[in-house]
Design a protein around this ligand. Structure first.
Ligand code: KIV
Length: 312
């Protein structure tokens, strides 16, 4: 997710990412339906602007996306869009756009929790954010990352994957190929859909001393191919390729029957995933080089806040 090693890691940005604010006791918390919302609001002492639910009917009526559907998209030659989500409103919003695959990524650590890298993210933090995202009840498939050191043995991997599923995840992702095949097979045997993650592995950033592009040498290319084939044979329904050289990502994509979802790995993967704050500009202190932000939300927020403050 981060480009070359010279880039400023997200968490070392000069801003502290803090909680969004204290909520008053009348604040509505949770995914209330329209009717519940109206009833609840009528008992309040101050007017609330009712959220405009149901703005996108097609998103609400579209069929639930399954792992099989993600695989079928590759067979049909349809590009697979995927974005990270970490909370209720953004999950609801991204789901309404029809993006089929959502990931509660452990990038959570940097773009939401203010850690320097993903190795600090705990299982409890992942569960907390998966629960929040799942409350949006997305039609999109909701996957979640197994955090650092949570899948070192098959038994550990299954226990932690089950916890993420209990929190609302419909699939889990873990980093590595043949080196984690035991845990991967155990998760899949337990009936939990699994997404692989190859190339630059952010949970290995400390031992690798930075975020390095993978696939530059013949040895790396062969290892990546063997890892991708092993994950597909084990039953992974998709494989994320992060910072893999574009020619190698293209070869892997043509060599495995399951979709590859690229990030910083060129245009020839079956799909693309981005860290949503990178796309919409809500984490402006660091943007990976391969991302073209489509919105500068941070600047718009600064302007809106300044205008409101000036209007007081
Ligand atoms: O944690 C994350 O957001 C990810 C994606 C970048 C693939 O793993």
């Amino acid at each position: 997710m981060n480009p070359g090693g010279d880039a400023l890691p997200r968490g070392q940005a000069d801003q502290q990412v803090g909680p969004t604010g204290v909520r008053g006791e009348n604040t509505i918390v949770g995914p209330l339906q329209d009717t519940e919302m109206r009833l609840h609001c009528s008992s309040l002492d101050f007017p609330l602007v009712a959220p405009r639910f149901n703005r996108n009917r097609s998103a609400m009526t579209r069929e639930k996306v399954t792992p099989d559907e993600i695989r079928a998209m590759k067979r049909r030659g349809e590009k697979i869009a995927s974005l990270t989500v970490y909370d209720y409103p953004i999950t609801k919003l991204v789901d309404e756009t029809g993006v089929p695959l959502l990931l509660v990524g452990d990038s959570l650590g940097m773009v939401v929790l203010g850690y320097p890298d993903t190795t600090h993210v705990t299982m409890a933090e992942m569960e907390h954010h998966v629960r929040a995202a799942a409350r949006a009840r997305p039609r999109s498939l909701l996957a979640a990352d197994l955090p650092f050191r949570s899948y070192e043995t098959p038994a550990d991997a299954v226990a932690h994957a089950r916890r993420l599923v209990a929190a609302g995840a419909e699939a889990v992702k873990a980093e590595g190929g043949r080196s984690i095949l035991g845990p991967v097979r155990a998760v899949i045997d337990a009936g939990i859909p699994f997404i692989g993650h190859l190339g630059m592995l952010p949970q290995h950033v400390l031992e690798e001393g930075g975020y390095h592009i993978k696939g530059k040498t013949d040895a790396e290319r062969e290892a990546l191919l063997a890892d991708a084939r092993a994950l597909a044979e084990a039953g992974a329904f998709a494989i994320v390729l992060e910072l893999v050289t574009p020619p190698v990502a293209k070869v892997i994509t043509a060599s495995v029957p399951v979709p590859t979802i690229g990030i910083g790995s060129g245009p020839d993967c079956d799909g693309q995933i981005l860290v949503t704050p990178d796309l919409v500009g809500t984490f402006p202190w660091f943007t990976p080089r391969f991302v073209k932000p489509r919105l500068n939300a941070a600047e718009q927020m600064r302007e809106a806040i300044a205008a409101w403050q000036a209007s007081l």
